[in-house]
Design a protein around this ligand. Structure first.
Ligand SMILES: Cc1cc2nc3c(=O)[nH]c(=O)nc-3n(C[C@H](O)[C@H](O)[C@H](O)COP(=O)(O)O)c2cc1C
Length: 174
């Protein structure tokens, strides 16, 4: 697989600090990466070396050409509680959400790393909407070990989980 378009959508949680590693890993796998952060993810991108990759912020303006080729695969690393709920409900109020909703409709390969602290992860909507996305074909990845079999394990947060995360877990799902 070479020269295929790969979106890294990233949301506002500590795992967004590993996006630069994802860009490097994507290239090693022959993908051409584009980074698509939510506004809440932007503070975690500061200080990362992303000069070589398009980072698409804000919404595309009327008349502006499309900013990326169509994605061949998408990684959502991480997906927050907020974004999971919006995505699963078809809320396309921002470009990062529109891209995720459209990718579901297009049946593109998608892997999403769930990332919510325990109180949020115990909210009933979390498990329900993880199941909705899985039903839609999204590979839901555990941030601790890269497994995708269980939705019910506690989700991760913070530096420990972030440091242990391996981008290889994503590429083996796609
Ligand atoms: C330091 C910090 C850590 C956060 N960690 C998480 C997290 O692990 N999971 C989560 O769902 N939200 C977390 N949040 C909250 C999200 O950033 C917030 O809900 C935001 O609105 C998400 O927007 P987005 O889904 O558009 O990225 C954190 C916020 C801050 C400031």
């Amino acid at each position: 697989m070479t020269d295929r378009t790969f979106y890294i959508v990233t949301c506002g949680a500590p795992l967004a600090s590993r996006v630069g590693d994802g860009v490097r890993a994507a290239r090693e796998h022959g993908w051409i990466p584009y980074v698509i952060p939510t506004d809440a993810a932007l503070p975690w991108l500061e200080g990362q070396d992303l000069a070589s990759v398009p980072v698409l912020t804000g919404n595309r303006k009327p008349g502006e050409p499309k900013r990326t080729p169509k994605a061949d695969a998408i990684a959502v690393v991480p997906t927050t509680f907020n974004s999971l709920y919006a995505w699963a409900n078809g809320n396309a109020g921002t470009d990062p959400l529109t891209i995720r909703c459209a990718a579901l409709g297009a049946h593109a390969p998608i892997a999403a790393v769930r990332f919510a602290k325990h109180d949020l992860a115990d909210h009933p909507a979390w498990l329900a909407y993880l199941a909705v996305l899985r039903y839609g074909g999204v590979r839901i990845v555990d941030p601790h070990d890269g497994s995708s079999t269980s939705l019910s394990q506690a989700s991760g947060k913070g530096e420990e989980v972030t440091d242990g995360f391996k981008w290889e877990w994503i590429f083996r799902q796609l």
